[in-house]
Design a protein around this ligand. Structure first.
Ligand SMILES: C[S@@+](CC[C@H](N)C(=O)[O-])C[C@H]1O[C@@H](n2cnc3c(N)ncnc32)[C@H](O)[C@@H]1O
Length: 201
């Protein structure tokens, strides 16, 4: 996907010796990082186990209290995770603390346009305080200098209602039970992702 290619390029650009991925999930994205040391953390044991199965150095930890000394990493990434964290400012302060001076932060998040057609069709409303390309920007600017937003995307298509229902079911915990619209299918929606790239002060 375009946004992941851009993220990988932004990580590789600074030729990091050490990268920390915060909220690694199953470790798929950090497993693609080109660096001698890649460390992952996640607050879910199942995620840590899944990332470890990929051969990653994965540890159980909270983004709001990172178990690393100051200035430990050349790059810190945090993809699709800050909207799950209760105290985003604290998590970003922790990320800035463990980055070395002039180190790089990068993270993939949604723009408000992302899958707009789907959420409108199913009547779902994202929490107003969600971390996205717009409301995430001022939070990042408080911790980092030179915050850049790169927009990538295109379209996404679900071939039938069962296909879209399976996608919606993955959001049950966040948004409640959602029912796939009756059509028309294929259902086409906008993909619009943002890659934040920021520099530690
Ligand atoms: C939507 S998944 C994103 C996974 C991965 N970064 C990706 O982009 O594919 C969010 C992840 O953040 C983790 N997470 C949520 N709150 C967290 C916290 N406070 N500290 C660390 N990880 C957290 C979840 O367990 C989950 O694995």
């Amino acid at each position: 996907m375009d946004e992941e290619q851009t993220l990988l390029a932004k990580v590789a650009e600074v030729r990091p010796l050490s990268v920390l991925d915060v909220g690694c999930g199953d470790g798929r994205i950090p497993s693609l990082y080109a660096a001698p040391e890649v460390v992952c953390i996640d607050s879910s044991e199942a995620s840590v186990e899944a990332a470890a199965r990929r051969g990653l150095d994965a540890r159980l930890a909270d983004a709001q209290d990172l178990p690393f000394p100051d200035a430990s990493f050349d790059v810190v990434t945090c993809n699709h995770t800050l909207y799950h964290v209760a105290d985003r400012e604290q998590a970003l302060a922790e990320i800035a603390r463990v980055l070395r001076p002039s180190g790089r932060f990068a993270g993939i998040y949604n723009t408000p346009a992302h899958l707009r057609e789907v959420w409108e069709a199913v009547g779902a409303v994202w929490a107003r305080d969600s971390f996205d390309s717009e409301n995430g920007l001022p939070l990042l600017q408080r911790q980092f200098s030179r915050v850049e937003r790169l927009i990538r995307g295109g379209t996404v298509m679900w071939l039938d209602a069962a296909d879209l229902q399976a996608y919606l079911d993955a959001y049950r915990e966040l948004l409640g039970v959602l029912h796939a619209p009756e059509g028309p299918y294929p259902f086409v929606a906008t993909r619009a992702k943002c890659i934040f790239v920021a520099e530690a002060a």
